[in-house]
Design a protein around this ligand. Structure first.
Ligand SMILES: C[S@@+](CC[C@H](N)C(=O)[O-])C[C@H]1O[C@@H](n2cnc3c(N)ncnc32)[C@H](O)[C@@H]1O
Length: 341
């Protein structure tokens, strides 16, 4: 598959906003094999799970418009019949209203950035609600930029080395995106994906069947953890460890410092992880929206005598990203936090 086509397919299954999609140029789109590939990989109704119909319609209209404007010789250049039929079927479907669309849960498939050493796609599927405010839900019902940033780091060989073969725990995991990536593609010994919202834990459980298609074990364990209180033992946790020997090597977190009120309980749980669960390092990615809130986090690390170090991983500019697509308009940084020596 041409690189341009691979990128569009990956962005489409991640439900990237249509105006941000990289639609291949006309000379690529005019190739009959490219149009057939787009149909087979994106719009064939037998693919599951497909993006919501309203999203598919918007994208297909954009693709067809780009093909039509590129046609210079109608005798030679053609528009694929399957693409036209797919559009006909989509526009004939009854339309959901905007409130229904906002509340609907969708499957979102994320593709990791390409690594020079491999051409294999590494994919993670989550269940998300993008109409967060309208659905009155928790902030964890969608995957945030900081998680995609940290996922991009973990997809690199330096990042993977931090978790491969390790017992990992994630705090405030939301959709479970990072933990699912660790379980599916990064060779962790185990990953406990924790959050305080029961609805998110149910979502994570449901996600397993979309990510674990083989017969072997899938070392992914959803768990309830409301920071500042003890870790609750879900049925999954009880099945994998002796309760007295619950320990981890590394903790992960993304976008957990967005409000000054949640920072003290977060740091208390990090201290708990260091003191009672044998954790050696906490890797956290932070979207730097507010200097004041971030300073509260730094001050809290200092008063706990944690050592904090900035990891030298920079966001790839949006237009150069090959996977885990996300905006870089607000800076995102990743830190390693170690307990006091
Ligand atoms: C902004 S979301 C980030 C979700 C995910 N890490 C990501 O980056 O996509 C914050 C997450 O922290 C969780 N959270 C907030 N306060 C919490 C607390 N006191 N205990 C446990 N989880 C909490 C929320 O439920 C939510 O899933």
């Amino acid at each position: 598959m041409a690189d341009e086509v691979r990128k569009l397919v990956a962005q489409y299954f991640q439900l990237v906003d249509p105006p941000q999609l990289d639609i291949p140029p006309g000379n690529v789109l005019l190739r009959p094999t490219v149009q057939e590939t787009l149909y087979e990989r994106m719009f064939d109704e037998s693919l599951t799970p497909l993006p919501p119909a309203a999203y598919r319609t918007r994208v297909l209209k954009l693709v067809i418009a780009r093909i039509e404007e590129s046609i210079t010789d109608p005798e030679v250049d053609e528009l694929n019949d399957n693409l036209m039929d797919a559009l006909g079927m989509l526009v004939a479907q009854p339309k959901a209203n905007s409130l229904e669309l906002a509340q609907k849960l969708s499957h979102v498939k994320y593709t990791a950035p390409l690594q020079s050493s491999s051409t294999k796609n590494r994919e993670v599927t989550t269940i998300e609600s993008r109409g967060l405010i309208l659905s009155g839900g928790t902030t964890g019902k969608r995957t945030w930029e900081a998680a995609l940033h940290l996922g991009s780091f973990l997809a690199s060989s330096a990042g993977e080395a931090l978790v491969r073969g390790k017992r990992v725990i994630e705090l405030g995991a939301g959709t479970g995106f990072l933990s699912l990536f660790c379980a599916h593609h990064l060779g962790v010994q185990s990953v406990v994906s924790s959050d305080r919202e029961p609805v998110l834990i149910e979502n994570m459980r449901e996600c397993v069947r979309f990510n674990h298609r083989g017969d072997g074990p899938f070392p992914f364990y959803p768990a309830f953890w409301d920071w500042g209180t003890p870790l609750e033992k879900t049925q999954e946790l009880e099945s994998f460890v002796d309760e007295d020997d619950l320990r981890f090597d590394v903790a992960l977190g993304a976008d957990l410092t967005y409000d000054t009120d949640i920072i003290p309980p977060l740091l208390s749980t990090v201290r708990d992880l260091f003191e009672n669960y044998h954790v050696e390092e906490f890797i956290i990615s932070v979207t730097l929206r507010s200097e004041k809130t971030f300073q509260t986090f730094l001050d809290g690390c200092e008063s706990n005598s944690f050592n904090i170090e900035l990891l030298p991983f920079e966001s790839t500019p949006s237009e150069e990203q090959t996977g885990f697509f996300h905006s870089t308009s607000i800076p995102i940084k990743t830190y390693r936090i170690l307990k006091a020596a």
